[in-house]
Design a protein around this ligand. Structure first.
Ligand code: SF4
Length: 105
């Protein structure tokens, strides 16, 4: 009988903690700009850091947020990648206020 109570208490605690985590995940959810992921996919994805950022996703975030305009800072991309898909994508996906993300080669 004692084992049954212990199991029931653990199940109850598990359910409560799971519910708390689910609610916290909903409340604390941080919405990320989906353009960052799309631009990151279009970079070479060597994650070499030679652009001065921690990796391709950090470079993509800098591009989308307007901190970085020069796509040629991605040195491997100069030879391997065509940056035109990034320029085209950002042209079709402006900022929320309608302004374009400024990028150049
Ligand atoms: S230089 Fe290019 S490939 Fe290297 S981390 Fe930066 S964006 Fe990625």
């Amino acid at each position: 009988m004692e084992i049954l109570w212990a199991v029931l208490i653990l199940l109850g605690l598990g359910l409560l903690l799971g519910l708390g985590l689910a609610i916290a995940a909903k409340i604390l959810h941080v919405k990320e700009d989906e353009r960052i992921e799309e631009v990151a996919k279009k970079l070479p994805n060597y994650n070499c850091g030679s652009c001065g950022y921690a990796g391709c996703k950090a470079m993509a975030e800098a591009i989308v947020t307007g901190k970085e305009e020069n796509l040629k800072k991605c040195k491997p991309g100069k030879e391997d990648a065509n940056f035109q898909p990034i320029i085209d994508y950002l042209d079709k996906h402006p900022n929320e206020d309608g302004s374009k993300v400024k990028v150049h080669l």
